[in-house]
Design a protein around this ligand. Structure first.
Ligand SMILES: [Ca+2]
Ligand SMILES: [Ca+2]
Length: 103
C-alpha cells in the first residue's frame, strides 16, 4: 500500500484515506478527481501547491503534520525539486498510485 504520509508509526495516512477526505469525488474519473483535489489545495490558484498550502489544507481537515512529515510529503510529490508541486507532478504521482492500488 502506498503511504502518502507517515503520520506516526502506527497511524499512516494512506492514499485511500487522503482521497477519502474528499467525499464528493466518487463519480469522477481519476484525472478529473486529481485535478479537483489539486484545486482544493491550491487556494491562491497559482497553479502550484506550496508547502504552506499543504499545511493549511491539512489543518483545515484537522490533521496535524509535523514539519518533517510535511517535508517528506513535498519531497515525494515534488519530482523536479523546486519546492512547489505543479499540477503535472501531482497528477503523475496520484494517478500512478491510484492505478497501482486497483486490483
Ligand atoms: Ca498555490
Ligand atoms: Ca516541482
Amino acid at each position: 500500500m502506498f503511504i502518502l504520509l507517515d503520520l506516526n508509526e502506527d497511524n499512516k495516512l494512506e492514499y485511500n484515506e487522503f482521497i477519502g477526505v474528499f467525499q464528493d469525488t466518487n463519480n469522477m474519473n481519476d484525472e478529473i478527481m486529481v485535478e479537483y483535489i489539486f484545486t482544493q489545495i491550491d487556494k491562491d490558484n497559482s497553479g502550484v501547491i506550496s508547502k504552506s498550502e499543504i499545511r493549511k489544507f491539512f489543518m483545515e481537515k484537522q490533521i496535524s503534520l509535523k514539519n518533517n512529515e510535511l517535508n517528506d510529503m513535498i519531497k515525494r510529490l515534488d519530482s523536479d525539486g523546486n519546492s512547489n508541486v505543479s499540477i503535472y507532478e501531482f497528477k503523475q504521482l496520484m494517478i500512478e498510485e491510484l492505478q497501482k492500488g486497483r486490483v
